[in-house]
Design a binder for this molecule. Structure first.
Ligand SMILES: CCCCCCCCCCCCCCCCCCCCCCCC(=O)SCCNC(=O)CCNC(=O)[C@H](O)C(C)(C)COP(=O)(O)OP(=O)(O)OC[C@H]1O[C@@H](n2cnc3c(N)ncnc32)[C@H](O)[C@@H]1OP(=O)(O)O
Ligand SMILES: NC(=O)C1=CN([C@@H]2O[C@H](COP(=O)(O)OP(=O)(O)OC[C@H]3O[C@@H](n4cnc5c(N)ncnc54)[C@H](OP(=O)(O)O)[C@@H]3O)[C@@H](O)[C@H]2O)C=CC1
Length: 515
């Protein structure tokens, strides 16, 4: 019997960010392994014209939740969606809901965050710092609370090269930042943002670091732990391999490469690709929840959920495997045949951006205009290049994360728990994982049917022929122009033609002699 699964039975669990990538997998695993839990409260906001109920209904009826329904047929009854917006004061939760949350919650998993790299500081602070502070305040009023688990990121301190499982202070106190957001106007905030974030690449990593400091300040009153995942990718094993439902991290770029838009990217092939499957993160998070509640460690423990020091894979190996998988399972309706390469300096990056990204987009838009359609490729390509520029920081560096606490926790688990809540990334076979990831992107993100593969192959063959035709035509045009304008080109041309003629004559003569 799993001790962790038994621990969550009968418990009331509060999850923020349950509609997000990680939150959904967390909720699924909890319900599947502990179908006797009392209730899962999820803080949800209405979004994109959908009510809370519609959002929850959509999630529970998705492919991800198919398996859980076998273990927990009354899954709908176990979930209680509470209307809440973490951008609002007191989360705009109704008094009755708040009362119920405060009096019943046993465990809190705080996953909600803005993960956008380009968010303005005000919004990132509101969600990643102020909302964390408010949630901790709520937690301090929960008499039955056993553990509060905060999800941070391994990149919160990406300005350092070696990162330990400790909280590193930021130069300005989070309380001061929160206060200043109240009275500073947007223009001034934008101006001071680069100074505040310092040598971090974006507001996301900075505000996640501030969020950790807020957690630390509350750690005397509460039983808290922090989980720091690195780049969270598709599921490895559970509930099935390859599940992914958003474009964050590598997923968006896998699509861009598979559809033939992405041709080159500035990346360091030998840099460690510190990817971690989402189900591994969830297993560790649930184990941390159990350990924190049952063992009540004296201080706030931080757990790195990373792969680099235990089972490293680099971007070069990952990129090659992604491309190899496109050969087996091509994506449908590609713009060009999938092929991409890494560049390593500014000059080649700009060159290939112009030649392989911008020029084909301009040509295609010209073709769209000619055929009376609206041009769209240049806009799409600009967006892709902007996305790449935001991710480049993470694919050109390597970090070392110590995993002492995570390994300690692994050794504390029973063999059954090590199996059910497996977070031992040493068992991960990267080539298999990446292949399943690409397949998952095709099936669950692009919603493409495997039956369409022959048609996709046929489409790629057509693209190859167009490519050859285009190159030949381009060569002939350039050559014709050169011959018309330069004596030297004419001389070279006559030399090649006479050489070919002599070679053919010799070949013909020698074959006649042999006969
Ligand atoms: C040797 C052989 C070489 C072979 C090479 C082969 C290449 C194969 C691919 C290899 C993959 C390499 C992958 C490297 C990836 C590295 C990732 C590093 C991530 C570090 C994570 C740090 C850990 C964390 O804690 S953060 C959590 C993760 N967060 C993110 O990833 C957020 C990133 N996204 C953003 O910040 C924004 O979305 C942004 C700024 C990128 C774009 O903002 P914008 O306002 O322009 O767009 P959106 O409104 O968001 O969306 C517009 C449009 O674009 C689509 N889209 C969104 N994100 C992505 C994306 N990442 N990639 C592609 N497309 C994206 C979105 O759906 C929208 O589409 P619409 O159709 O308009 O709706
Ligand atoms: N994905 C990754 O690569 C990594 C993620 N992390 C951390 O993991 C956690 C989960 O990330 P992930 O699942 O990928 O992120 P997602 O963007 O998929 O999910 C974010 C969640 O936060 C919720 N949220 C955002 N704003 C609000 C709001 N104003 N009110 C209520 N809820 C809100 C979203 O709700 P809604 O659906 O309504 O938008 C969503 O449920 C985050 O803390 C992130 O920092 C750490 C390392 C890497």
């Amino acid at each position: 019997m799993s001790m962790i699964a038994a621990f969550y039975s009968g418990k009331s669990i509060l999850i923020t960010g349950a509609t997000g990538f990680m939150g959904k997998v967390l909720m699924e695993k909890l319900l599947r392994t502990s179908p006797d839990l009392k209730v899962v409260y999820i803080l949800v906001r209405p979004k994109a014209g959908q009510t809370l109920q519609q959002r929850v209904f959509q999630i529970l009826n998705s492919k991800l939740f198919e398996k859980v329904k076998e273990f927990c047929p009354n899954v709908h009854e176990k979930i209680r969606a509470v209307s809440a917006d973490l951008n609002q004061n007191d989360f705009a939760i109704s008094k009755e809901d708040l009362q119920e949350l405060l009096s019943c919650t046993n465990i809190v998993f705080h996953c909600a965050a803005t993960v956008r790299f380009d968010d303005n500081l005000r919004h990132a602070v509101q969600l990643n710092v102020t909302a964390t502070q408010q949630l901790l305040l709520m937690a301090s009023q929960m008499p039955k609370l056993e553990a509060f688990i905060h999800i941070s990121t391994a990149f919160a301190n990406c300005n350092l090269k070696h990162i330990d499982e400790v909280i590193y202070p930021c130069s300005v106190e989070p309380k001061k930042i929160i206060d200043s957001m109240e009275w500073l106007d947007d223009a001034i905030i934008d101006e001071i943002t680069p100074k505040l974030i310092g040598d971090r690449p974006n507001t996301y990593t900075y505000t996640k670091a501030l969020g950790e400091m807020v957690v630390q300040q509350e750690s005397e009153n509460l039983n808290i732990a922090i989980v720091r995942p690195s780049i969270v990718g598709a599921t490895w094993q559970e509930p099935f391999p390859g599940w992914v439902d958003n474009l964050n991290g590598p997923s968006g770029l896998i699509i861009a490469a598979g559809k033939g838009f992405l041709r080159s990217i500035r990346a360091t092939p030998m840099a460690v690709a510190d990817l971690i499957p989402v189900d591994t993160v969830v297993n560790l998070t649930l184990a941390v929840g159990w350990y924190t509640a049952v063992h009540r460690p004296k201080s706030t423990l931080i757990y790195h959920c990373t792969s680099g020091n235990l089972n490293p894979c680099n971007w070069g190996k990952m990129g090659l495997q992604v491309l190899a998988t496109f050969e087996k399972v091509p994506f449908e309706r590609a713009f060009r045949r999938p092929y991409a390469d890494f560049t390593t300096n500014n000059f080649t990056t700009h060159y290939w951006n112009a030649v392989s990204h911008r020029a084909p987009a301009i040509i295609y838009d010209f073709y769209l205009r000619l055929t009376g359609r609206k041009p769209r490729m240049t806009k799409l390509m600009n967006r892709l290049l902007r996305t790449i520029s935001m991710l480049e920081y993470f694919i050109n560096r390597s970090w070392e994360w110590s995993t002492y606490n995570t390994e300690m926790l692994m050794s504390e688990l029973s063999p059954e728990d090590q199996r059910v809540f497996n977070f031992d990334v040493r068992q991960l076979n990267w080539l298999e994982y990446i292949e399943n990831y690409v397949l998952g992107v095709k099936k669950y993100l692009l919603k493409e049917d495997m039956a369409g593969i022959p048609e996709a192959r046929q489409h790629l063959r057509r693209l190859r022929n167009i490519h050859y035709l285009f190159n030949t035509a381009l060569f002939l045009i350039v050559w014709r122009l050169l011959i018309a304008r330069s004596q030297m080109a004419r001389n070279v041309w006559f030399f090649i033609v006479s050489f070919c003629y002599k070679f053919l004559s010799y070949f013909r003569a020698s074959s006649t002699l042999k006969a």
